[in-house]
Design a protein around this ligand. Sequence first.
Ligand code: GAL
Length: 744
Amino acid sequence: MKSLTVLLLVAIVMTARSQDINITKGWKFKTGDQMQWASPNLNDSDWEPIEVGKPWELQGHTGYNGYAWYRLRVVIPSSIKAKAFLKEKIHIDLGEIDDGDEVYLNGSLIGRNAGQGSDIRQGNYSLQRSYQLPIADSRIFWDKENVIAVRVYDSGGDGGMFTGKYGISMMDVTDYVEINANDHNFQFPAKGKISKKITIRSSSDKYDFNGKLQILISDPANDSTIFKQTIGVDFARDRPFEYTYKASLPQTKSYLVTYRFEEDRSKKIVSATEGIPYLLTPPTPETPRINGPAVYGVRPGSPFLFRIPATGKKPLIYEAAGLPAGLVLDKQTGIITGSLSEKGQYTVKLVVKNSLASASRSFRILCGDQIGLTPALGWNSWNCWGLTVNDEKVKASARVMHEKLADHGWAYINIDDGWEDKRNSNGEMLPNSKFPDMKGLTDYVHSLGLKVGIYSSPGPQTCGGFAGSYQHEEQDAKTYGAWGFDYLKYDWCSYGNVAPAQPSLEEYKKPYLVMGAGLAKAGRDILFSFCQYGMGEVWKWGAEAGGNSWRTTGDINDSWGSLSGIGFTQNTASPYAGPGHFNDPDMLVVGKVGWGPSLHNTRLTPDEQYTHISLWALLASPLLIGCDMSQLDDFTLNLLTNDEVLAVDQDALGRGADKIYEKDHLQVWEKELSDGSHALGIFNLGEKAAQAVIPLSDLHLAAQAQLRDLWRQQDLGVVKTAYRGAIPAHGVVFLKAKAAGNRK
Ligand code: GAL
């Protein structure tokens, strides 16, 4: 959660390395904190066994926040030295630890992750811990038992050694070589053609490297090779190897490219694989089309702001027949503003015209108590900028959203943690110097027809260590209202230190009810987004406690493990979604992400990204883009602008999808839509491409069904008896089964 100062900590590279000693098994665990627990001589036989790679909350310590220790006894054999080509250092990989930690080897400190200071309570949870020690370091006991003791502090949400890589191994040639395919995006110079620049780097001052690089493109559906090239390579620290390859691809579908570098002296191999992006969303038609939600909630007296999302050749002219008194439309920008004084329901006919044609759609405005009738579509600063967010980055994101995404319904620009300074003498919260003019910022975002969000915590501090709203809730809500915010993400964080260790249901609800009462006095509609990682089964009471959405899980990251672990377990919470109150399985990890300040392309494959967006749309999740908007590449933009896919997320019924089928690695998730049809995501969770044959009855469809491929926006015609289709590894086929008559 903070930028880091870490002792002896080394970033891992994209390239996979194997571990000489497996340390995933045999760990012992105890809550509490005593420094003598670092000692190798401690008798820990009565400590409980624990798994690493899984939060302690899932292992009998639900809701536990605070200190705990992990211990492992492991023999480090000198045979691993003999096997290695280079005989210099070992490294110990201990995965990611939530939130901060200190690591002891045989009683001596070998590293600490404490965010910006020395207090592990401010640690950076999303960092792979990898500690290096020279082989002559006396803290290592060769050929004897060693004790690794990990002191952990968790401030809220998931805790412990929760995910990542574990192992002890010798640093070898391959640890100094990084194949970097991440700096440059794929280019699509013509239909069926790709080109891509890759780099191979050395991080060693001591060695130059020579070897051979093989580039191999394969079709994972049948393991055939599409393209193969081998080239000689040499590079050194100050002289990276760069190469651009070009290839032709026979179809618009999933292909894999593998880079395999064989080092001449050691014959060791470093390899990396990536999926080649392929664009499924067809180009947007030139004729007008109205997108976005068909229903919109506002409270009486609150400022109204809605920009009609519509695509088509510019200029577009907007009309709205039947707008209730109090609302006005700007026909050139499509922005509706004003306010409604009375509760009521109004059906408006939206019309959008251009030189080619005209489109119309019915739009329902519900003026009452409920807002956020469909999930928020927007952007949030956290997954790219982390705590380095500032006014200019927010404005730049708003500009890009306005230019490239708003016509598809994207509307919110949300500032996450990192805007706060301190309170003035009246107790009012002040923004830090990165946000010189909050009112000016919200006015700017509103002028584009977009909305804007802010972040706080019910605790004394936010997760990033800034002042939270504790005991200033109403005052803060009024400040947000006066500044012009439309959305509040309210993140539990240090409230864990205020609430009892095992909160009751009432204690879980309390901070949200207190802030909800404050927001009611803010003078404008502020969407209320709960963030407390799913504690106390928030989906069961989030709506009644005033939430427009609530996080159901810990933080997501851009890995398949994180994405699939979160996404495919949402069926428990899913039935609780409905108009105005949605489950939030966390923000999107597509595009250039990084948690600030340095960014990388998402590590998800293109197929995993199709899965991500499809599943989140089926779940009626808020879709909050988490990438650098100024670096939206063609693939990411294509992924985020499929109006038929977004329509599933924005459907007025607000249903969350249900898992209706699971066999081998295939799962089908189904969501009922307001027009009587159903959206079906057929997902392949397996590591290999699959040929799915699923009886229509298992898809809850009658013997004949009319199917449409939503990503390709293509009718598949009438399908009889069974659905048959190829589904890439970790990929999806996203369908709409039309016509109510087809239902069983
Ligand atoms: C986490 C939260 C993230 C982000 C971060 C800010 O607890 O889950 O989404 O808001 O805090 O510090």
